[in-house]
Design a protein around this ligand. Sequence first.
Ligand SMILES: C[S@@+](CC[C@H](N)C(=O)[O-])C[C@H]1O[C@@H](n2cnc3c(N)ncnc32)[C@H](O)[C@@H]1O
Length: 186
Amino acid sequence: MAEHGVCPWWVGYLLASPIRKFWQDPVRVLEPYIRPGMTVLEPGPGMGFFTLEIARLVGPSGRAVAVDVQPRMIEALKRRARKAGLSDRIDARVCGPESMGLAGLDRSVDFVFACAMVHELPSAATFFAEAAQAMKSGAALLLAEPAGHVGETEFAEEIKAAAGAGLSLAERPVIKRCTAALLRKS
Ligand SMILES: C[S@@+](CC[C@H](N)C(=O)[O-])C[C@H]1O[C@@H](n2cnc3c(N)ncnc32)[C@H](O)[C@@H]1O
């Protein structure tokens, strides 16, 4: 797989800009998959461009678990969650580079949204294994990678790594400026 570094923390501000809604509206991207009461895992949330919408969609009885390797991303995400009055349903955590540290979440997650982050990881295989372990059977993982950074060959390798963890390709949704796949745990 190609080598990509972790995106600098200050890019988090650009990614969380409201202007991004013009090409990636979080409601349009996520509404088809998230229902009230769900537990949603968002690995690599950055400063929470999608997390706040996930929290709105799961409602007061649901939970968004956001796990990022950069403390500055998580600090900013928490600030934005507080401002939006959504902190009570967002569990934002800092993890290490090799593992998301999801102990306690086994088979409890209804939906995973991994946007523009798998290509930054040291091992896609480890990531998908951890995600699959946390997912309920039948749960879906929406994988989206920036088309400008991740080519079709690299994306196909990611899908192969996911298949190795028991996540099979269900759909190829269209998300502007991204290459995307909906993967399902059997
Ligand atoms: C390009 S940003 C995308 C942020 C967000 N998903 C979005 O689309 O706006 C990639 C994010 O993945 C995080 N990341 C990189 N390596 C990670 C790892 N090993 N575990 C968790 N998060 C990681 C980065 O810190 C960064 O916040």
